[in-house]
Ligand binder design. Structure first.
Ligand code: ADP
Length: 286
């Protein structure tokens, strides 16, 4: 569904490319997670899928990125909106109107759909994302998780085949992040949407990924594989993976539940071996 053919992106007069040697495919209907240290080019790679790179950011894109056969260098983001929905970290930066219902309708305005089709799609999306009761609410009064669901809904009304999300849960508390992840899973499982998502809160998302794309260092080609396989070597990984790597688990556990189920042998090995607590230092009073 998404294809990178030997892609590199170089910004302005930067000496080195931000991403380079990117050759990969994201199959239809998968949830693929993009990971790597900060500044490694994750947003650049996502931007090349939705057309923000190079159309809005500038820079030079070499190679070819296609989404469902459409070349993102020759299609501007607006010409990809019916195919690719894009959501960032801060939903407030995304909104154009004031209420939930208007925001959902806005995403379709440039598509020239008949009013009854637009109305039906707004209703479908309100139901799909559990937003029906909030339809008349001013967006400013919603919680962070509700706002992020509206942001996702507003790019879903044109029925895109691909959803690109840049750190969609990073700014949310754990309960709100759960709400958003539940919605993403529903899209992948029920509608067959292809989701490509960068997220540094890996403990929240890695267990749901079908594949992981790791950008190990700036300008270094990505490594692609099954989540446990990539987490075993990734410089960024959640604490539960750090535990699994320390314990020598193969494959590493990706969730706390998974780790708990595997921890029996580790518990036995560590029984009675608690570190001696340091002797408290008492300072003589002056
Ligand atoms: P990440 O999302 O992994 O943090 P980015 O894709 O945002 O990485 O950035 C990769 C590199 O490209 C960084 O060095 C960043 O400063 C640079 N960069 C990103 N966007 C632009 C831009 N619009 N213009 C110039 N340089 C940019």
């Amino acid at each position: 569904m998404i294809r990178f053919d030997n892609v590199s992106v170089t910004y302005g007069d930067a000496g080195a490319p931000a991403i380079s040697g990117v050759d990969l495919t994201v199959p239809e209907g998968e949830l693929v997670l993009l990971v790597g240290p900060s500044g490694v080019g994750k947003s650049t790679l996502l931007g090349a899928v939705c057309g923000l790179v190079p159309h809005f950011t500038g820079g030079t894109l070499r190679g070819r990125v296609t989404v469902d056969g459409r070349d993102t260098r020759t299609h501007r983001p607006r010409e990809l909106a019916d195919l690719v929905g894009t959501v960032g970290q801060d939903p407030l930066a995304h909104f154009v109107t004031d209420t939930v219902e208007d925001e959902l309708a806005y995403g379709m305005e440039s598509l020239g759909l008949a009013p009854e089709v637009m109305r039906r799609r707004v209703e479908e999306t309100l139901d799909l994302l559990g937003l029906a009761e909030l339809r008349d609410r001013p967006i400013a009064t919603l919680s962070g998780g509700q706002q992020q669901r509206v942001a996702i809904g507003s790019v879903l009304t044109p029925h895109p085949k691909v959803l690109v999300l840049d750190e969609p849960t990073s700014a949310l508390d754990p309960a709100a992040a759960e709400e958003v992840l539940a919605v993403l899973q529903r899209l992948v499982h029920d509608l067959g949407t292809t989701v490509l998502m960068a997220e540094h809160r890996l403990e929240r998302v890695v267990q749901y990924a079908d594949q992981v794309i790791l950008l190990p260092a700036p300008g270094t080609p990505p490594v692609v594989g099954a989540p446990a396989e990539i987490m075993a070597v990734s410089p960024v990984h959640p604490p539960v993976v750090a535990l699994g790597r320390l314990a020598g688990w193969d494959p590493v556990a990706l969730s706390v539940r998974d780790a708990r189920r595997r921890a029996g042998a580790l518990r036995e090995r560590l029984a009675g071996r608690f570190p001696t607590p340091p002797v408290p230092v008492t300072r003589a009073s002056p």
